[in-house]
Design a binder for this molecule. Structure first.
Ligand code: CTP
Length: 413
């Protein structure tokens, strides 16, 4: 039995981000104050952070705030010659692993979209070969102005990533679109660019998560304890590794992952339809959902009223989705199942691996503390036809990455 010794701990995350250079371009909007928090989060993750501000931005937040947080001079004026780089903007542009312009005002968006480079921020961005992320923040009407929208579209066409602004109360008290998302969200956009090698780039990955619900009547249904945490962790980790992820999910209680295409389902039958219609184009399918094996044979049209006698519900089998996928697996497609057991964990999982024609199965025991429903950790043994790998106790995100390491190695075989 192999012991997995490469976990995605916080230390590992730092190791992966250490030495990465992130440029934060801040333009004139009240949301500029939120970027101080983002700069702090990035430096805590050991990233090298440089802040470039427009002159207008300096009216909203003092450059000293960023200089204190990043330990680097905040760059505003192209003609300031008193610091470390000879040709500032070119040197920084070369070094950057990711650039985020947030908040991006209509003015800055317009300039970049139309090739105007007349200050430190715009000249640097123009010289950057790395990925550029833009987070527009402005008044609702400004944001929906067709000129601004056309500029945004143009940037998108040129490969800029646009962070959709939130809807909510804006600086002037109006309700509308144009709020810059919170720094935690912006951090995820940056991490997606610089965290982890993109070993799943170009791969289509379908993940299922959560519990199916089988209706009894218009009020009630049968379900299980799955919270979707393991499936969500797998979907998020695969997206960070460059995959195009479709997430088919039922009832869940976990925070929904970013950067995935969501497909919401109710029952096992819905999941069967969603998964089998998307399956032929997928390179990797991971079935982490807890699917009902039985459903009520009939769903009552009206609410079932109580009486003094006993009530039995006749159940019938649902379709085995994974079994169906195994039967119809195309060449080169990788199929990964899960087996949560209460006894004979490895034997049962090995039997499912063969019966369902899987490439790997992730076995865990509901009886082990730190594994199973709802907890943030899992204790998984990954079984392939070549052998078993014990992952040990780790967070579900770490376990997701460990499983993806094994899958990724298979895709490169
Ligand atoms: N699964 C599925 N469709 C079903 C039931 C299960 O696709 N109708 C998938 C699950 O998503 C999981 C794997 O099959 O990846 C194993 O699920 P599990 O319930 O442990 O296994 P079963 O095949 O249902 O076997 P048993 O009930 O005998 O344990």
């Amino acid at each position: 039995m192999l012991k997995y010794n490469c976990t995605y701990t916080y230390e590992r995350l730092i190791e992966m981000l250490k030495g990465k250079t992130v440029l934060l371009g801040v333009s004139g909007s009240i949301a500029a104050y939120k970027i101080a928090n983002l700069a702090r989060m990035l430096t805590k993750l050991h990233c090298e952070v440089h802040v470039l501000m427009t002159e207008n931005a300096a009216n909203f937040i003092h450059p000293l705030t960023f200089e204190t947080l990043t330990q680097h001079k905040c760059l505003i004026d192209t003609f300031d010659r008193n610091f470390e780089y000879s040709v500032e903007h070119v040197a920084l542009a070369k070094k950057a692993d990711a650039v985020l312009i947030a908040p991006a005002s209509a003015n800055v968006i317009g300039k970049i979209a139309n090739g105007i480079a007349d200050d430190m921020l715009t000249t640097t961005v123009m010289a950057c070969p790395c990925k550029k992320i833009i987070s527009p923040a402005m008044n609702h009407n400004m944001f929906h102005n067709p000129i601004v929208q056309e500029n945004i579209e143009k940037l998108r066409r040129y490969g800029y990533e646009i962070v959709a602004p939130d809807h909510g109360m804006l600086a002037n008290g109006d309700d509308g679109d144009g709020r810059m998302p919170e720094p935690e969200i912006l951090l995820k956009y940056i991490l997606r660019e610089i965290y982890h090698e993109k070993d799943l780039a170009g791969k289509k990955v379908l993940v299922t998560a959560g519990a199916t619900r089988e209706a009894i009547d218009p009020v009630r249904y049968i379900t299980n304890h799955s919270t979707g945490k393991m499936g969500f962790a797998l979907a998020e980790a695969a997206a960070y590794r460059g995959a195009e992820v479709t997430l088919v999910y039922g009832k869940t209680e976990a925070e929904f992952p970013m950067f995935v295409k969501p497909v919401s389902i109710f029952s096992a039958e819905d999941m069967f339809n969603a998964v089998t219609s998307a399956a032929p184009e997928q390179d990797i399918i991971i079935k982490a959902a807890a699917v009902a094996d039985y459903r009520p044979a009939e769903i009552a049209d009206e609410k079932i009223k109580k009486s003094d006698s006993e009530l039995s519900i006749k159940l019938e089998r649902t379709k085995d989705i994974l079994g169906h996928l195994g039967e119809h697996k195309r060449d080169g497609q990788i199929l990964c199942g899960f087996a949560m057991e209460t006894s004979n964990v490895i034997e049962n999982a090995e039997e499912k691996l063969k019966r369902k024609n899987l490439d790997l199965i992730c076995a865990n025991s509901l009886r082990q503390e730190g594994a199973g429903f709802g907890s943030d950790t899992n204790i998984i043994t990954v079984i392939t036809k070549d052998g078993k790998t014990e992952l040990g106790k780790m967070t579900k995100f770490e376990a997701a990455n460990a499983i993806l390491d094994i899958i990724s190695a298979k895709t490169h075989q």
